[in-house]
Design a protein around this ligand. Structure first.
Ligand SMILES: Cc1ncc(COP(=O)(O)O)c(C=O)c1O
Length: 445
């Protein structure tokens, strides 16, 4: 495509950008104007390899015609329809299709599906469903929500209450009574591991501590990311998730997996739930649900949770919760087309086939300057750097800017580089990422 003239760009003043150092960005902006396959094109016409699938969402790669066509067809037939006391077939069709690939196996699938507009909405929905479920089964004192240190569950008040990132929490009040498990990140025992680390299953027992502290009869649910992405790619130690499940069962606590990132093939299986063989009661999703092209989230619940709420007079609304855009027909069309692409190209399991090449490529950066850990699973990698003295995050930010200039988009959180290319990636893309990142690490030394 033609290079766009910088003079054509609009004023940068009015747009208050999310999770961005606005003044720093506007002084030296990075603008993307197009995307196709594995690449973005920036405003100067340079190709930028997408090492992050956008924000962990463009799993089938950019510019998929199949999805665009489905969206266009939907926009010109039924552009919007309300979902409160009304229905439209495509929302039911999408839910039926999702139910067939839902987390779990056979009749154990979490095949009751509530639509939202984003990951944050999915999390808050899941937390509310958990509390409503406990009340419906006569456990109304269970309103406490347990998250985990270093967890990220979006930016709603529910999500930040169970989330464990101080910058997302310190300014805002949180839900009364929420508490946190210790995180599982342990560089002394688990550095430079391919796949899940050996040590740390016992950290799940921290839930027993919280039960002893608060009383099980006050706890509705425990939410964790099976693999934490946004907080720097933190993997569950072997046996950890199983142990968490067992403790939840022992104490009547619902287990929620936040699969906003891990859902839809990121780890080489439909969901992390399937990969690890641990079935939670509720799974939250968004991002890859529609390949990121139309905002949408979905909460998958067990029939047990769903059916407990389908009680009382039939004319009564069972759950006082929902969004104007729940089941948006255009998002459903995008989701159906996305699912078709995933299925026809085997993308939900493709990461499993690419995994060893991906692991080897990324772990080749082990001896690059300031690298203190590399962790990989599916098509995800975390490269942790030692911080510059007194300037946490500065080194990784420099690496990010340098990589972008050299044509590779990476993501950084603190001093951790997170990589998650679209699931259509080929080994040659891994090589480019490693080459450019290796260079940038040298430069930032
Ligand atoms: C695990 C997890 N949960 C929730 C969210 C929030 O999703 P959204 O930004 O769509 O609200 C994210 C976003 O990165 C996430 O990684």
């Amino acid at each position: 495509m033609d290079s766009l003239e910088k003079s054509n760009t609009p004023s940068l003043d009015s747009y208050w950008m999310p999770f961005t150092a606005n003044r720093q960005f506007k002084a030296s902006p990075r603008m993307l104007v197009a995307a196709s396959g594995m690449h973005y094109t920036d405003i100067d016409g340079n190709k930028v390899l997408d090492g992050t699938a956008g924000l962990w969402c463009v799993n089938a790669g950019h510019g998929r015609k199949e999805i665009a066509t489905a969206v266009e067809r939907q926009l010109t037939s039924l552009d919007y329809a309300p979902s409160f006391q009304m229905g439209h077939p495509i929302a039911f069709e999408f839910a039926e299709r999702l139910a067939a690939v839902a987390p779990g196996v056979g009749d154990q699938r979490l095949d009751r599906i509530f639509y939202t507009g984003s990951g944050s909405e999915s999390v808050d929905t899941a937390l509310k469903i958990a509390i409503a479920y406990q009340r419906a089964i006569g456990q109304g004192t269970r309103t406490r929500l347990i998250g985990r240190e270093r967890g990220y569950h979006g930016v709603g008040f529910g999500g930040i209450s169970v989330g464990g990132l101080v910058n997302n929490r310190r300014v805002f009040p949180q839900l009364n009574g929420s508490d946190h498990l210790r995180h599982t990140h342990d560089l002394t025992r688990n550095a430079f591991v391919k796949g899940v680390p050996e040590h740390g299953a016992e950290l799940a027992d921290d839930l027993e501590r919280l039960v002893a502290l608060h009383g099980a009869e006050t706890i509705a649910a425990c939410i964790v990311e099976p693999v934490a992405g946004s907080t720097g790619v933190l993997l569950p130690p072997k046996g950890y998730l199983e142990r968490l499940r067992a403790i939840c069962d022992r104490h009547g606590i619902l287990l929620i997996f936040d699969e906003v990132i891990t859902g839809f093939g990121r780890l080489g299986a439909n969901f992390a739930t399937d990969l690890f063989g641990v079935l939670p009661d509720i799974v939250t999703t968004a991002k890859g649900l529609t390949n990121g092209v139309i905002p949408m989230g979905a909460v998958f619940t067990s029939r047990n949770v769903h059916d407990a709420l389908m009680q009382g007079p039939e004319g009564q609304i069972e759950l006082f919760h929902g969004y104007t855009y729940s089941g948006h027909p255009v998002a459903c069309a995008a989701g159906l087309a996305t699912l078709d692409v995933y299925m026809s190209e085997g993308l939900l399991t493709r990461a499993a086939h690419l995994e060893s090449q991906w692991h080897d490529a990324i772990h080749s950066l082990k001896s690059a300057p300031n690298v203190i850990d590399i962790r990989t699973i599916g098509l995800v990698a975390g490269v942790e750097l030692s911080p510059r003295e007194g300037a946490i995050g500065a080194r990784a930010y420099d690496v990010f800017v340098d990589c972008f200039k050299k044509g590779v988009l990476i993501r950084v959180t603190g001093d951790i580089i997170a990589l998650s290319p679209p699931l259509i990636a080929e080994p040659e893309h891994f090589n480019t990422i490693v080459e450019v990142l290796g260079d940038a690490l040298q430069k930032a030394a």
